[in-house]
Ligand binder design. Structure first.
Ligand SMILES: Cc1cc2nc3c(=O)[nH]c(=O)nc-3n(C[C@H](O)[C@H](O)[C@H](O)COP(=O)(O)OP(=O)(O)OC[C@H]3O[C@@H](n4cnc5c(N)ncnc54)[C@H](O)[C@@H]3O)c2cc1C
Length: 518
């Protein structure tokens, strides 16, 4: 007997109806054939563990809120709590299955996609993957036929294609699909665990969060564990609540984008690094990282809206507009790099720095790292930034650059520890951008420059001119901590740690780049 047909839109981090290639294709395919379609999210049991992947409570909360909202945009949406391989194996046994998903660029997700393709092929099913996370072609190469590893030529080569990215219109699963009231799918009867979806959005989000919430335990290489929830409690920092999230769904994210394009993008060039302004007026930058991370908005939509509102000529001639588009291309660049070099999550891009930097180790490393987490380095600008991420799950880009540079250069802590902490705490955690940022700050990544050494006092002078940002995040007593290491001493130690002392003696080959230039 032939199996009944079923189309599945497998959602992972694409909680949107506009410009969602997998969703559009799943709906069109189901509607054309008059076949039922369901939306599916799989809560991988790995997510329920504490916690080899360092998925922190803020990110878990965001997932619950955002997914809890998204499911109600469908006639039929299921949340399964099994491994994806198991879910698709069971469904493919019982249905003639066609699955639609947007492809990812992260190594873990790519490996999972391969597994599902194999599993479905064995059972006569099919997984259709659509280009999404990387908007440009992954095959762009230099004139010599090599992969790009420097940002500016990469940007120049994709600039006009990027401004020309095409997007799909919004599709509404409630109205675009034929009535499927007769279709009854009891996943539990196949032995799959499902989360029942209550009527109210709040209830759905709360049920998902109840299931996945875990304390923040940071796991570092070698199995070292740090109870970050406890550290935060000691600082009287409460866990993030739904009301603290900037937005959780597509409509709210698009509203945030519209506001940015209307009121702030034309000042982006001069305001983007201004921590004082941010602290006194609230968010000045676009806050699109969250929307892009969770797929509430696609980068193609962001670009299309800028092009429609201002035009290509203005983007090319106006420094604020072109700087903003350049930042979106940094994101694209890091995705392209991680896609081609999946080992980068663990390994320096530059071979000369692999296992050659004398990072701090033992108790001293732990003491410095915990002080950094708790905002107790004694460099007030660093401590303020660390309080921002602790309280909000987000940090201004300038702050991320400062704290990452100080952790690696001044405190001599391996960039992988910093990457892991951001992975645990950031709401907008994106493996490619996070890794790119950490490798950049640690001077070990792509786009090689001489080693940069940020001076925390100059950074504060330049980017928090009125001190408002530090005043906002630090208590009176926090402002009085003594630096763990005086900056000039830390600078000399960093030069030695990176093995650059000898090279520095040669004036023609000075690789040090002190940050008064930045
Ligand atoms: C150590 C470090 C870690 C980082 N980790 C992440 C991360 O996990 N997730 C993440 O989305 N960004 C990360 N970034 C990049 C950047 O800090 C954030 O994208 C930015 O702060 C988000 O705020 P925004 O959306 O208001 O940015 P805007 O200034 O409004 O920029 C617009 C968009 O451009 C992209 N963008 C801007 N700066 C960068 C950059 N340096 N690298 C890559 N893309 C960029 C983002 O998608 C951002 O939303 C990291 C940077 C550093 C230095």
């Amino acid at each position: 007997m032939s199996k009944p047909k079923l189309k599945i839109y497998w959602s992972r981090r694409d909680f949107r109806l506009t410009d969602n290639p997998a969703l559009t294709n799943a709906i069109n395919s189901a509607a054309n054939l008059g076949v039922p379609m369901i939306g599916l999210y799989i809560l991988d049991p790995g997510l329920l563990e504490v916690d080899s992947q360092n998925i922190g409570s803020a990110r878990r909360l965001f997932l619950a809120q955002s997914l809890g909202d998204f499911v109600h945009k469908f006639k039929d949406f299921r949340i399964c709590i099994n491994s994806p391989k198991e879910v698709f194996a069971v469904l493919a046994k019982n249905f003639e299955l066609e699955v639609f998903a947007n492809s990812d660029i992260e190594p873990y997700a790519i490996a999972r996609e391969k597994l599902i393709v194999e599993e479905l092929e064995q059972q006569g099913g099919k997984l259709n993957l659509y280009k999404d996370q990387l908007s440009i072609s992954p095959n762009v190469v230099t004139g010599m036929g090599n992969l790009y590893s420097v940002f500016t030529p990469f940007k120049k080569s994709i600039w006009s294609d990027f401004l020309n990215l095409k997007s799909l219109p919004r599709i509404n699963p409630m109205t675009a699909l034929p009535d499927q009231a007769d279709f009854v799918l009891d996943l539990q009867s196949y032995g799959l665990k499902t989360l029942l979806i209550p009527e109210l959005i709040e209830d759905t989000a709360a049920s998902i969060y109840d299931l996945i919430k875990r304390p923040d335990i940071l796991t570092l290489d070698g199995g070292l564990k740090i109870n970050v929830s406890e550290l935060m409690q000691n600082l009287n920092i409460a866990p993030i609540e739904p009301a603290n999230l900037p937005y959780v769904n597509e409509e709210q994210a698009l509203e945030a984008l519209t506001n940015f394009l209307e009121y702030r993008i034309l000042h982006y060039k001069e305001s983007r690094d201004n921590l004082s302004l941010e602290a006194s007026l609230g968010t000045q930058n676009s806050q699109m990282s969250l929307a892009l991370k969770w797929g509430l908005v696609s980068v193609r939509i962001v670009v299309a809206k800028i092009v429609t509102q201002f035009g290509v000529e203005a983007i090319n001639s106006n420094e604020s507009l072109s700087t903003y588009v350049s930042e979106l291309i940094w994101r694209e660049f890091y995705r392209y790099i991680l896609y081609h070099h999946p080992l980068l999550l663990e390994q320096e891009f530059q071979p000369k720095f692999r296992q050659t930097i004398a990072w701090e180790s033992g108790n001293k490393a732990l003491e410095y790292f915990v002080a950094w987490i708790q905002g107790k380095t004694g460099y007030p600008i660093v401590d303020a930034c660390m309080m921002e991420i602790a309280n909000t799950g987000l940090m201004h880009n300038r702050g991320r650059m400062i704290v990452a540079s100080i952790l690696t250069k001044n405190l001599g802590i391996d960039w992988r520890w910093g990457q892991a902490y951001f992975r645990l705490k950031l709401l907008d955690l994106d493996e490619a951008s996070n890794n790119g940022g950490w490798q950049w700050a640690g001077s070990v990544g792509v786009d090689p420059k001489p080693i940069r050494i940020f001076n925390p006092y100059l950074q504060a002078e330049n980017y928090d001119k009125t001190g408002t940002y530090q005043l906002k995040w630090l208590s009176e007593s926090q402002r009085k901590y003594k630096p763990l290491i005086e900056h000039s001493l830390a600078r000399d130690m960093a030069i030695r740690r990176y093995g650059l002392a000898r090279e520095q003696a040669n004036p023609n080959q000075t690789p040090i780049f002190d940050d008064q230039i930045l």
